[in-house]
Design a protein around this ligand. Structure first.
Ligand code: HPA
Length: 279
């Protein structure tokens, strides 16, 4: 067994020994969604640095901890803070938490992120359900020997984002009277933001939004046979014909304003699940 695999197993054992229920649903929160923790009942907090082998996040707006508890009446595991390629983490490190979730038998993964809008019908503050993605990071977390008991050598990517989960998110948004968009997320490595020519290119290849996270985790989660819901918070609009500067401060400010809506959609979705979706 590789070093990484041993670390994954040890981290999962540690979390199992600290937690209570065994949730089937995990949520990875991106920029600005850290506050979902305040909606969790009976929370058990595990800082990343206490989990053996777990990377520690370095980005502003991404405090690193794992929270186990009840959200919308369902046991969940929330990963508050994630790891990005642009921080210098390898794809293996970025996906470490996903492999730990796999060991913990997580079946449903909700990934959230902040993204720049490329679809000009969007406005800053919109929430987009990810229908598909374009991985432009130049990386893939499955490169190297395949661990067959973890997943297939060539995982199918024709339906990465679960349609039933997306439908549930749409229903939840409708019940709350919230408008949500649906679109394609382009994942870049970053950290430099896009030039107008790059934004035009991304629009032409069919992307509705662009960001620097999610690709590695989602590919590992497909390999791990998880059902995935992806939610992007559109924090700025990247119009190549009318370029405007984007700052981290403005991204965090808009994300902070839209976070409550995204949290409400997730909570309402969970409340509506009487049975395991798809069963
Ligand atoms: N580009 C990349 N990542 C982002 C953006 C953007 O415009 N906005 C928020 N995250």
């Amino acid at each position: 067994m590789s070093d990484n695999e041993q670390k994954v197993i040890r981290a999962a054992e540690f979390i199992r020994s600290e937690g209570k229920d065994s949730p089937e649903i995990a949520i990875i929160t991106g920029t600005g969604l850290g506050d979902i923790a305040s909606r969790i009942e009976q929370p058990v907090f595990i800082p990343y640095e206490e989990i053996p082998g777990f990377p520690v996040s370095t980005v502003e707006g991404h405090p690193g901890k794992l929270i186990q508890g009840i959200l919308g009446g369902k046991p969940v595991l929330v990963l508050q803070g994630r790891f990005h390629l642009y921080e210098g983490y390898s794809p293996l490190e970025v996906c470490f938490p996903i492999r730990v979730l796999q060991m913990l038998q997580i079946k449903i993964l909700v990934v959230t992120n902040a993204a720049g809008g490329l679809n000009l019908s969007y406005t800053a503050g919109d929430i987009m359900i990810i229908t598909d993605h374009i991985n432009l990071t130049g990386e893939n977390p499955l490169v190297g020997p395949n661990r067959d008991d973890w997943g297939l050598r060539f995982p199918d990517m024709s339906r990465v984002y679960d349609r039933e989960l997306a439908g549930k998110a749409l229903e939840a948004a409708a019940m709350l009277g919230l408008d949500v968009k649906q679109g394609v997320y382009a994942g870049l490595r970053g950290p430099s933001l896009e030039t107008p020519a790059e934004n035009r290119y991304l629009q032409r290849i069919g992307a509705d939004a662009v960001g620097f996270s999610t690709m590695m985790e989602v590919i590992a989660a497909v390999h791990a046979r998880m059902r995935i819901l992806g939610l992007s918070m559109i924090t700025n609009i990247n119009n190549p014909d009318c370029p405007e500067p984007t700052t981290l401060e403005s991204v965090i400010r808009v994300a902070g304003k839209a976070a409550g809506r995204m949290e409400s959609i997730i909570v309402r979705m969970l409340e509506g699940w009487d049975a395991e979706p798809g069963s």
